[in-house]
Design a protein around this ligand. Structure first.
Ligand code: NAD
Ligand code: ISE
Length: 341
């Protein structure tokens, strides 16, 4: 059976996911799309056979030729489309964040729990990256002993003018929070945020606010391990995702990414990806391949759940408060429903 997918939001990442789901991922096809910008949606549909443009997200969700939904519109619209998909009894893959407030993510959890089985998956694609998976397997084998510290560096060469100070937490570090919870098998219980003087590239930006960049976050977990997150979003040299878990007997780190290492002129050089697409392309492919296979076969979903979406958003809210106040802010999650055990 081919899974017929409707995509809501055909901007930057929506277009990439349409391409992926309409040819690359086995057993999937895109039948319906929509975007606030109808001209854009029509332009995207015209590049493929068999895709109908719908007037809005609800029309996509309720279309007879749509089995499952992918939400790639702006964050504040996610709650509405995820809730409507659950009401229609259809599987929904929602790009991060699941919703922009913890209260909204809890409404999604409530609706999914009332439905009685998992329908929602959230786009935290790092869990599908081969290097992070090997890191998690290494920890599980006990090679480095119990994990004590996770150092996570999240570096972007630049960010658009619309990027605000808080986005270093809610848009960028949110990936580090999710992957840390998954790697360490722990919940996040508190956060502090400090900043050195700002990178000059984050100041006097044309059409954008001044940024506090980099940010350094100290994040506490339920197991007693500490996570250190560094976001540097104007670092120019490349898109570089660093990660090292320090355990009782050793460490495991993400290796450099280049396919080759050049030794010449007294130096060794390895290429750094230019952007998140280059760094995580195969993680996105794997993420959708596994999601489509699980939805089509009716197997239980194993990807990031509404609970993971809630936990990440709750940490972000605490992180923003910690940035604004300079204080440690605790993260108090509600009791986890059995559906997500
Ligand atoms: P974008 O602005 O390029 O695209 C979003 C599109 O959604 C726009 O074309 C907009 O017109 C459309 N849209 C907004 N509201 C809509 C509505 N109510 N109905 C229909 N269409 C609507 O943004 P983007 O960079 O593609 O990001 C989209 C989402 O993907 C965001 O939530 C973002 O955080 C997430 N994202 C995830 C990753 C990742 O690494 N997993 C990377 C980039 C973006
Ligand atoms: C973007 O929205 C993403 O999700 C990327 O993965 C991240 O690296 C970037 O900082 C965000 O702006």
């Amino acid at each position: 059976m081919t899974l017929r997918i409707g995509v809501i939001g055909t901007g930057m990442i929506g277009q990439q996911h349409v391409e992926r789901l309409h040819g690359l991922v086995p057993g999937a096809t895109v039948t319906a799309i929509t975007d606030h910008n109808e001209t854009l949606a029509k332009e995207v549909a015209s590049q493929y056979d068999g895709i109908t443009v719908h007037p809005d997200g609800h029309s996509v969700i309720n279309a007879d030729d749509v089995d499952a939904i992918v939400v790639t519109s702006w964050g504040p619209t996610h709650e509405e489309f995820v809730l409507a998909s659950i009401a229609a009894g259809k599987h929904v893959f929602c790009e991060k964040p699941l919703a922009t407030t913890a209260e909204a993510t809890l409404r999604i959890i409530e609706a999914e729990v009332a439905h009685g089985s998992r329908l929602v998956q959230v786009g935290y694609m790092r869990r599908y990256d081969a290097a992070y998976r090997e890191m998690k397997a290494t920890i599980a084998l006990g090679v480095i002993g119990a994990p004590l510290v996770f150092m996570s560096g999240h570096r972007n060469p630049d960010v658009p003018a619309i990027y605000t100070r808080e986005m270093a937490i809610v848009d960028t570090a949110v990936h580090d929070f999710d992957v840390a919870r998954w790697l360490l098998d722990a919940e996040i219980t508190g956060i502090r945020v400090i900043a050195p003087r700002s990178n000059r590239h984050g100041l006097d930006r044309e059409g954008g606010d001044d940024l506090q960049d980099p940010l350094l976050m100290t994040v506490e977990t339920s197991t007693g391990a500490i996570i250190h997150v560094e976001t540097s979003v104007n670092i120019r040299y490349g898109y570089d995702i660093r990660g090292e878990v320090i355990g009782e007997d050793g460490t495991v780190a993400l290796a450099d990414r280049g396919l080759t290492a050049v030794r010449a002129n007294g130096a060794v050089s390895v290429q750094v990806p230019g952007d998140f697409q280059a760094r995580f392309r195969s993680a996105f492919d794997t993420e959708f391949t596994e999601w489509v296979a699980q939805v089509s076969s009716g197997e239980p979903l194993t990807g990031p759940s509404s609970w993971d979406g809630y936990a990440a958003t709750a940490v972000c809210a605490a992180g923003v408060q910690a940035l604004q106040t300079g204080e440690r802010v605790g993260v108090d999650l509600v009791e986890k429903p059995a559906l997500y055990a």
